[in-house]
Design a protein around this ligand. Structure first.
Ligand SMILES: [Zn+2]
Length: 350
């Protein structure tokens, strides 16, 4: 199956009332882990690569691995997404490779660190939307600023520093024409999101619900949404790791989000923890081993297990065969004719 438009994947998720996990990849084993889980649970998937991942793996290696995943799994719809594009050129280069979706994170300036102005964000995102939609490629924008730093990207600080303003979210969606919108509701990138189980004072699900009421047709995206479960932290620490106690986003909060317009949920940290825990366990229990397959195989299995669990919890499990993928060229025509124009003012027309 060729790679699928993320827009189609999210439109289908909205119809079915479920969410789709977007899992980050850097190497072959992570891609395989996602595909093992997708096959097992019959899930459509979003695979995403950050700028850091593209640099680590080299663009061509990474993209050819995704193509292999698509060829080997003809029954699984796969969207390939650029995570946190920092400018027009990054998005353009992902589209040139064949990514079917890009995130233009204009909430930060091109350095990926400094919060930008609303007008700057609108301008660069609109430019990416024009370019991407002409080619049938989906665009995710971000309004408000996430906390923390990951892969060198992020403003740092607490997730509460720049919570999304619902009125601005509406104006942003209208002026940019993004297909999906990442909002800041208190989550952060990385493992250290909350220092206790988050409640409404730090995780603003009420803001998310308000935005969904104002933008019922816009696909919302939750970033920094690993759950950072204690059992995964414990395995890492049991075998010599030194993680400080930390809390992520509870799955039940993500499920509340899914009932309120969240269609894409970004998960990376949980998979990193699963991989590291599995490798540490082999190193601790079998210090005589030195064949990388002896620890990469359990690492891959551990990640596949977490991914399969999330796919089930997000509701995407069982939906891989619900629809036939629309060719990207047809999606481009849909944008050109206005049939797929995602602007909220046109939502009634769809
Ligand atoms: Zn993110």
């Amino acid at each position: 199956m060729p790679l699928v438009s993320m827009r189609q994947l999210l439109d289908e998720a909205a119809k079915g009332g479920y969410g789709v996990g977007a899992f980050n990849v850097n190497d072959m084993e992570q891609i395989q882990a996602i595909m093992i889980a997708a096959k097992q649970t019959k899930s459509p998937v979003i695979v995403q690569a950050s700028r850091g991942a593209r640099a680590f793996a080299e663009d061509l290696y990474l993209f050819r691995l995704i193509e292999a995943a698509a060829e080997l799994n003809p029954d699984i719809p796969i969207a390939m997404h650029q995570d946190h594009g920092n400018g027009f050129e990054t998005c353009k280069s992902a589209i040139a490779l064949g990514y079917t979706s890009v995130m233009m994170d204009g909430s930060l300036k091109e350095d990926g660190k400094t919060p930008s102005s609303f007008e700057e964000n609108v301008e660069v995102t609109r430019r990416v939307v024009d370019y991407a939609h002409e080619r049938g490629v989906t665009v995710e924008g971000e309004i408000g600023v996430l906390g923390g730093v990951e892969d060198g990207h992020g403003a740092g600080g607490s997730g509460l520093d720049h919570i999304t303003d619902p009125d601005q979210a509406v104006e942003f969606a209208e002026r940019t024409g993004v297909d999906a919108l990442a909002i800041a509701i208190g989550t952060s990138h990385g493992a250290y999101k909350f220092n206790k189980k988050p409640d409404g004072s730090v995780l603003k699900m009420d803001v998310l619900i308000k935005i969904h009421k104002m933008l019922p047709k816009t696909h919302l995206v939750m970033h920094g949404s690993s759950s950072v479960p204690k059992d995964l932290q414990d395995i890492v620490n049991q075998y010599g790791g030194k993680l400080n106690p930390t809390w992520g986003v509870p799955v039940e909060e993500i499920q509340l989000g899914i009932r309120n317009g969240v269609r894409k949920i970004n998960v990376d940290t949980d998979n990193r923890l699963a991989i590291t825990g599995a490798i540490r366990k082999v190193f601790a229990e079998h210090p005589e081993k030195f064949d990388p397959r002896d620890y990469m195989k359990p690492a891959r299995e551990a990640m596949a297990k977490v991914v399969a669990q999330r796919m089930t919890e997000f509701g995407q499990a069982g939906h891989a065969g619900d629809y036939k993928p629309i060719a990207i060229e047809e999606i481009a025509k849909g944008y050109a004719s206005g049939a797929l124009d995602p602007r909220p003012s046109l939502a009634g027309a769809r």
